[in-house]
Design a protein around this ligand. Sequence first.
Ligand SMILES: Nc1ncnc2c1ncn2[C@@H]1O[C@H](COP(=O)(O)OP(=O)(O)OP(=O)(O)O)[C@@H](O)[C@H]1O
Ligand SMILES: [Mg+2]
Length: 238
Amino acid sequence: MNGLVVDSVHFAYGGARALEGVSFQVAPGEVVALLGSNGAGKTTTAKVTAGALAPAVGSVTFEGQAVSGLPAHRVMRRGIVLVPEGRQVFAQMTIQENLLMGAYKERRRARVKELLERSYETFPRLRERRSQIAGSLSGGEQQMLAIARGLMSEPRLLIMDEPSLGIMPKLVQEIFGLIRRIAGTGVSVLLIEQNARASLEVASRAYVLEKGRIILEGEGRALLEDEFVQNAYLGAEN
Ligand SMILES: Nc1ncnc2c1ncn2[C@@H]1O[C@H](COP(=O)(O)OP(=O)(O)OP(=O)(O)O)[C@@H](O)[C@H]1O
Ligand SMILES: [Mg+2]
């Protein structure tokens, strides 16, 4: 397959097992949701896929080439970008400097300018505040900045670890609309979420992770109707 193939990945933090045979795929231009409760192994899966952690067993293949075992910066060069949990913008740098960090590997100045312009068109709020220190932005604005910085690298696989966490519903809708548009340009998106309803509406397929194992997979729409998923993940708070 041409997109992402994660095959039977095992990972442990010291003696503590976090992933026990995780397998899933994301096709080019597809949005795939990865759901699961706290501690299920979602962030660990994101980090293994992005090369921040090396799997003990199993493999990660992207566009037909193995990426597991490569250091994170080389995985990034292959087009895999992780927007990490909790944003992690460079708080002491300005918004524009943060965005430029996302395009550090692009040597063509004109292209960097185009990418910057595209970010500001997508996120007008960032343009208004481009000279402001990133640490002074609100949580939601920092999340937008983290996403915009990820897009500056022109990923072919974008992994987003809980982009809606702590964000007001209206902005969540904006972010999910953006995810749809990104996928529409042929980029694969792995969307890690606890907001099951919104992510199942945007994803074509989804996987449910529990205690380091994929326990369920299916089409987004079908999982929305699934009784187990409704009981476990689509409670009143969603
Ligand atoms: N650096 C670490 N050292 C030791 N154990 C860890 C470490 N990071 C995560 N774990 C453990 O691995 C398991 C999976 O954690 P992970 O962060 O992948 O879960 P998650 O699904 O992202 O949870 P959340 O929804 O809370 O973000 C948990 O039991 C967690 O305690
Ligand atoms: Mg997590």
